[in-house]
Design a protein around this ligand. Structure first.
Ligand SMILES: [Zn+2]
Length: 439
């Protein structure tokens, strides 16, 4: 049994789907507090939330709340900032019926996905080039309750039908064949006020033509002229080097064809603002992962996924592990060199739970749990440019997780979520779960 929490009256018992009334002031006491900026955790902390923001952070006993404030006892718990996923493709999959295709992208799906990721502790996410139409922009402007905030690159860019991997996504990207077309596409994106510009430089194993340097240099240049960052989906080491020389601002994958070399490390270290979302492929999918998935996906779908994975040949399993290992080595090398690593899942059809799998895989790659948490909070907040998120400090939005165990001891403890607070309001996770899986 969990320790009984003292629920303040202001948070209206049984009505946690609604934000606490404006003016609500609550003191949370006794938790180990992971601030999110890489600093040492505060044992036996206290923090005050007023009007959905952190206003004071300190030690229990030292922090006196104003008269009439509610109190929540978090003794034995660990609190950390809500997670941020800087690389997703939400809005396409219909999770309930396990369907995705050229006709499935919708605002309704986007909202559903933003709620699913919120359930798993994500406060904000960034869609990377697969948003057609206006839905993502509308949701960015008007966030919905009990859901993560959304940022978007709008439509990404590649040669015609040579961008995103899935067939149903390919028509979404701008197909640009000249520098002039590339510049025009960037100007259109700038007019829509995208958060950044995304393009693909990959031949998908020789199946599609790769965007040539002359065109991506025009994309980067035009993005910078419009005060936008240009970020890339990359695969090959040689391309990654040329992209760095061309002024790219971020890599939405690590290099995946070979181990990075000294020349690459020299190039990336010379560009300290460049960030990398590794989006590691799954190292393995464990019983614990399936359990996590089963919190929001019906049991028969989880079983179908399990069966699918079990069908793989030993060679396929070995190959997948080698692919993970290579990317893990490259991620560890970047991390050791002080390159900014940022949480990204690249998730489109597996929504929400994979964020925790990515945290696990990053630690398996050699990052410390503290480094991984920083990648998922402070670093990611910088990349999605939401300065109200990413750490627990006075003035920031009250977006945080209450965990039953300390993720600094074992990163898998980020899965042991007791409560999620977004913008000061506690999610009713039990009600959300019931709506998705019936119990
Ligand atoms: Zn992607």
């Amino acid at each position: 049994m969990h320790r009984l929490l003292i629920v303040p009256l202001l948070m209206s018992i049984g009505c946690t789907l609604h934000a606490q009334p404006a003016g609500g002031t609550v003191l949370f006491e006794g938790a180990r507090l992971i601030v999110g900026d890489g600093s040492a955790a505060i044992e036996n902390s206290a923090f005050l939330v007023e009007n959905n923001r952190f206003t004071r952070v300190g030690k229990k006993g030292e922090l006196q709340p104003p008269a009439g404030a509610g109190r929540v006892d978090l003794t034995g718990k660990t609190v950390m900032p809500a997670l941020i996923d800087a690389h997703t493709h939400l809005g396409w999959a219909v999770i309930k019926t396990n369907r995705v295709g050229s006709d499935t992208y919708s605002k309704e799906n986007l909202i559903d996905h933003l709620r699913r990721i919120a359930y798993y502790g994500v406060a904000a996410t960034q869609n990377m080039g697969t948003d057609a139409g206006d839905a993502a922009f509308e949701l960015r402007a008007s966030p919905v309750p009990n859901a993560a905030l959304l940022r978007t690159a709008g439509r990404g860019m590649a040669l015609p039908n040579a961008g995103p991997g899935a067939e149903y996504w390919k028509p979404i990207a701008y197909g640009v064949t000249t520098e002039a077309e590339a510049r025009k596409a960037v100007q259109e994106l700038a007019a829509k006020k995208v958060d950044l510009v995304k393009f693909w430089v990959d031949d998908r194993n020789g199946t599609v033509p790769k965007l040539p340097p002359a065109i991506y240099k025009a994309i980067i240049d035009e993005a910078h002229k419009n005060n936008l960052r240009a970020v890339v989906h990359v695969f090959y080491l040689a391309d990654a080097k040329e992209l760095l020389r061309s002024g790219v601002d971020g890599f939405m994958h690590v290099v995946r064809d070979q181990d990075v070399d000294d020349e690459f490390m020299k190039l990336i270290k010379a560009r300290p603002n460049v960030f990398v979302t590794p989006n590691l492929p799954e190292r393995e999918t464990t019983a614990e992962d399936f359990k996590l998935m089963g919190e929001t996906v019906p049991a028969e779908e989880v079983q179908r996924e399990r069966d699918e994975l079990a069908k793989r040949s030993p060679e396929a399993v070995k190959k997948a592990r080698a692919f993970y290992d290579l990317q893990a080595r490259n991620t560890a090398k970047l991390n050791a060199a002080g390159v900014r690593i940022v949480l990204g899942t690249d998730s489109g059809t597996s929504v929400g739970w994979t964020v925790h799998q990515e945290l696990t895989d990053l630690v398996a790659a050699g990052l410390t749990p503290a480094q991984v948490i920083t990648a998922a909070t402070k670093n990611a907040a910088e990349v999605v440019r939401i300065d109200q998120l990413g750490s627990i400090a006075a003035g920031k939005s009250a977006d945080f997780l209450v965990l039953d165990a300390n993720p600094l001891d074992n990163i898998n403890n980020t899965r042991r979520i007791s409560k999620v607070y977004l913008r000061g309001a506690e999610l009713d996770r039990a009600a959300m779960r019931a709506a998705w899986i019936g119990h």
